[in-house]
Design a protein around this ligand. Sequence first.
Ligand code: FAD
Length: 389
Amino acid sequence: MSHQIVVCGAGIVGLSTALALARRGQRVAVLAPRAAVPPADPNHYHPRVYAISPASQRFLADIGVWDAMPASRLMPVQAMEIHGDADGQVNLNAWQAALPQLAWIVESGEIERVLIQAVRMFGIAWLEDRCTGYQNGAVDTESGARIQAELFVGADGAASPLREAAGLKHEAQSYNDTGLVVHLDAELPHQGTAFQWFRDDGVLALLPLPDTADGPQVSMVWSMRSELAQQLLELPQEAQTARLEALLAEAAEGRLGRLKVRSKLHGFPLTLERAQMVAPGIALAGDAAHRLHPLAGQGLNLGLGDVEALARIVAGREPYRQAGDLRVLHRYQRARAEPVLAMRLATDGLHKLFGSKATPLVWLRNAGMHWVERAPLIKRRLIAGASAN
Ligand SMILES: Cc1cc2nc3c(=O)[nH]c(=O)nc-3n(C[C@H](O)[C@H](O)[C@H](O)COP(=O)(O)OP(=O)(O)OC[C@H]3O[C@@H](n4cnc5c(N)ncnc54)[C@H](O)[C@@H]3O)c2cc1C
């Protein structure tokens, strides 16, 4: 089998890569097992939600999928309330940067559903198989097929079988933290505010979701030491709910009143990873290329930034060059080097700053928050920086 471009992986990054390339006139196929996305259900919320930045929202609108999502499932974030571990606090509001909203909170399942529909509508070939090997410009699959292409895009997630098979360099370090996610009923309205508490034992985020029939609802992302997270995950259901609600009552300082668990608790091990993004005939995008601590909610946004750059650069290559020409792929690598490094340094730096128990750092991080809170210009910069990925 021979194709011009084959995208390995059908997560949000893989599907949007296929769509963005096809919309720019490239012949593209998706190689991945088909994951079932549950049909839209007003009473069921997908466990995984993303803070989608304005740049990602524009990109998803450009590839024609943003408006296909039901408006009732898109939650605009008007404000952020960020707490330090002492008395430090920063409040960011959309109006401070003359924006209609700072970000959108969207369930993973909603984005996947419209992407799958759009890929089907576009008639993009979907090879239901798995990449298991790579040799001399061809991918071997689980079913024994050998697929040739000018370019393979590795959008096959953090473990990236394509990256491993092709021998692209990759380094990973564990944070020894686990990201716990669950949806909660809140007693008080969130008013479109995302809350975050930087604690010396982890980072707690409560992200606004659309109200349910039971009232206001938020999505919790709590990055905590893996030992504590594991203890919680292993508790029987009733004890787990009681323990989590007790921990939340202390950590969220009653800001949203009583918080009650309304869905199953999931845990994700957190790592800092980066890989060589290109090789002849191969480009990596999304978690296959980099992985960050989720404290800034930017991993997928960075991946969608990869997709936008890759589609623009590959489709805009000189007519005499192939899609997998290393010169073309180096342009992609250069375009992504700075945004990826900047986000890596920012998220890892914040994690280290708040992970330390040293007294001068405790003082510095909270004093720094007071200082930022009184500096409108810095706040505008912070908002602009977070919007651009
Ligand atoms: C707790 C937590 C909270 C987060 N919150 C946010 C947030 O608020 N905002 C944000 O921007 N990011 C967030 N992130 C990051 C975000 O989840 C990831 O960056 C994003 O899901 C990566 O998408 P992806 O498509 O690259 O990878 P994946 O979603 O992992 O998709 C990989 C795909 O590859 C396929 N695949 C695997 N193996 C093969 C194979 N052998 N052959 C073919 N296909 C294969 C899989 O089936 C899958 O479809 C968070 C992460 C965590 C852990």
